[in-house]
Structures are given as C-alpha cells and as structure tokens.
Ligand binder design. Structure first.
Ligand SMILES: Nc1ncnc2c1ncn2[C@@H]1O[C@H](COP(=O)(O)OP(=O)(O)O)[C@@H](O)[C@H]1O
Ligand SMILES: [Mg+2]
Length: 239
C-alpha cells in the first residue's frame, strides 16, 4: 500500500511550527511530511527538544501550524480557529499525558465522566453507560469509586486512558505515557494501547524514550531537530 496517498488518516505536508520569543525564533518542526493510516500505532522517538510534543500538539489541535497543511480524516485543521480546534478535539482526539493529570479529589468514575459533562446532549444515564464501558475497556470497573490516592500509578494511567477514550475519539495521542511507570505497569499500558488500535480501530501516536515501548508499536518514527529521520516497520500487519 502506498503510504503517501490522499486517504491517509493523518496527512502532514510541509508542516512547520515556529515560535517567536523576543528576537529569537525557534522552529521545533520544519517542513514535515507524514502519513499515518487508520488503526496505526505509531511510536515517536527523538532527543529532548526535537519537536515530539510540538507535533502531538498540532495533531491534537492544541496548537496551530505556522505553515503547511495538516489533514485528519480529510478535515483540514491547518487554518481552524482555536475554538473550532477545541470543538474538533473534543469529538475526535483523546490526549494521554505522562503524569496522568487526574483530579485527585474525584473518583475514577468522576474523572472519566468529566469530558462528557461538556456534551450537553448526553443525560446522566447515557454518561453512566459510556463511563462504565470505558472503565471496562481499561480493566478498572472495580475501581470506579476509588480516588487517585487509592490507585497505583499504572491504575491512574488506565483511568486517564479511560478518560481519553470515553467520548469514542478515533485518534489518541500519548506523550510518554509509560515514562513514570515501572516495567510491569508500563507493559500493561502498552498492551492496552495496542488493543485499542487493533481491537477498537484507534489511531495512536505515542511519544516515548523507551525502545522497548516503541517495539510494541506498529511503526517507529525518529525525530531530530524538527525533522523526520527514518522510518522503521513501514506498515503494520494489522492494516
Ligand atoms: N510554546 C512554546 N514557545 C516557545 N518555544 C517552545 C514552545 N513549545 C516548545 N518550544 C520549543 O520547541 C522545541 C521543541 O520542543 P518540544 O516539542 O517540547 O520537544 P520534545 O517534546 O521533543 O522534547 C524546544 O526547543 C522548546 O523549547
Ligand atoms: Mg516533549
């Protein structure tokens, strides 16, 4: 299959991001071409400062490119306003962070329910169903009433993944999701992400510094100074 086609789930063309700080210009991403197919689990590696988070933030619609185009599922995000990008993200993209970012005074259930509260068309029964489904997928149905102080790091990350998938987005971005976990918990999180791609058809971009974590992905990209270095495992067998 040709990766460089118009039907890629994510399509970046000459994508660049420049920040201006006083007289300084920083270009963390420079003229990047990238195609990601639906259901791919992509690992992004590269030294600190190479532009990995910048790329995730563009793809998640948190930030906008300085030039070039970014299309996701055929929709051009390049010129959308911040509020339209936020609307798009709420429906289409879940973000998973290294440090989970759960709200400690809320239970697992309440943390997962949070993004659904923004969707006024859902009643509490509909929300309950979705939260229970998400907690079931991450294997934490029995921890719904626990708050984060009562959960291990691996469990907290699984709650954060449930929160990311509860709105049924087709895209997940994860910034070093196993960076703060022991090997055993990390491998459970990686298995879960892999299942989300294979069984649930999610497209996943995961930043990682861990070569063992990257091995679980269907493809690994290496970034250096805002540019793509090489492609390994060009195509997932699941596609
Ligand atoms: N909002 C910002 N304003 C200015 N510079 C930024 C901003 N975000 C990132 N940068 C700079 O862009 C470069 C790449 O950052 P980043 O994408 O976070 O790298 P990585 O995630 O690979 O460590 C760094 O030099 C960083 O300081
Ligand atoms: Mg980063």
């Amino acid at each position: 299959m040709n990766l460089e086609n118009n039907r890629s789930f994510i399509q970046c063309r000459k994508l660049s991001k420049t920040y201006h700080k006083g007289n300084h210009r920083i270009t963390p991403l420079e003229s990047m071409d990238l195609d990601v197919q639906k259901g791919e689990f992509l690992a992004l590696m590269g030294p600190s400062g190479s532009g990995k988070t910048t790329l995730l933030n563009l793809i998640a619609g948190i930030d906008s490119p300085s030039s070039g185009t970014l299309k996701i599922c055929g929709k051009d995000l390049s010129h959308l306003s911040r509020s339209l990008r936020t609307d798009w993200r709420a429906k289409n993209c879940g973000y998973i962070f290294q440090m989970y970012h759960l709200i400690p005074i809320l239970t697992a259930y309440e943390n997962v329910e949070l993004p659904l509260l923004l969707n006024k068309s859902l009643n509490s029964n509909e929300r309950r169903k979705k939260v229970h489904t998400a907690l079931e997928i991450v294997g934490l149905s029995d921890r719904a009433d626990h708050n984060s102080s009562e959960l291990s790091g691996g469990q907290e990350q699984r709650v954060a993944i449930a929160r990311a998938i509860v709105g049924n987005p087709s895209l997940l971005v994860a910034d070093e999701p196993t960076g703060d976990l022991d090997r055993e918990s990390a491998s459970q999180i990686l298995k879960l992400l892999k299942d989300l791609a294979i069984q649930h058809g999610k497209t996943i971009l995961m930043v990682t510094h861990d070569a063992l974590a990257a091995k679980e992905a269907s493809r690994t990209l290496h970034l250096q100074k805002g540019k793509l270095l090489a492609r390994a495992n060009p195509q997932s067998s699941e596609l």
